[in-house]
Write a protein that binds this ligand. Sequence first.
Ligand code: RIB
Length: 306
Amino acid sequence: MKLAVIGSNMTDLTSYVNRMPRPGETLESTGFTVGRGGKGANQAIAAARCGAEILMLSCVGGDVFGEATIANFKANGIDVSHLKRIQALQSGTATIVVDTNGQNCIVIHKGANNALLPEDVDAAEEALKTCSMILLQLEIPLDTVRRAVEVGHRNGVPVLLNPAPAKAELDMETVCACDFFVPNETELSLLSGRKTDTRQEIEAAAMELIRRGLSHVIVTMGARGALWMTQEGAKYVEAHMVKAVDTTGAGDAFIGCFAAHYVRGGNVLDAMRAGCDFAALSVMRRGAQASYPTQEEVEAFLAEHV
Ligand code: RIB
């Protein structure tokens, strides 16, 4: 079972602080890490950790960050035959601040990620046809995302769209052409135009998207677990109660793990449970990809917590 991830890669420059800085303030950090991130790359690595074969379409620059990104994909057994490198560009970076509750603020510089174009998707169409699912996010140009949705549709390959980071320009036509739409509460609110603070509001907003033509909406709700909405109604998977030290990349952990399990077993709720387990472990450690557990670690955690 091969998954295609068409998306971003970033180098995460993370400072850990006792509290978030105020505008104009200089704060001293309690720690700093340089790690591999980017929503696309995170989802690819998470899925690979869960046993999926991955085809990665992404674009890096000519700098050392690009080199490290390629080396990381290779070290994780990811197919980089459709990876693009443009020497004149900077690779994507994310400047991240994480507080003692594990919450983060992120500023991304997309760099070479902006140069992943619709024609790159066309060039990979033969390879994409052989995949069991295509995973998309919004850290690459929207036209590239739209082309990937078209290619998936044309070839009968299911498409999962994670609308992150939230973008007002995302159109309902693109959204409705996807098989799985996986927002968090904020992204769901932006697209549905509704409030999403309570479970009732989240259900109503997800149902609104189902009414507009989507088949599956899965809302990731952090410590509150995940909701699956279809025409039949809502189903919930609860999250494990754990002490979060860094939530960066937890949504990506859920999605990559969900996709790997779904294409293997075909059961949405089982795949969501696996995604919640995997994401719970990821928030207990620092970093995005650096926090993703091995299968042995997941099994040990479940033996203790279930
Ligand atoms: O979703 C988390 C990711 O968002 C980080 O790894 C960072 O790179 C940003 O893209």
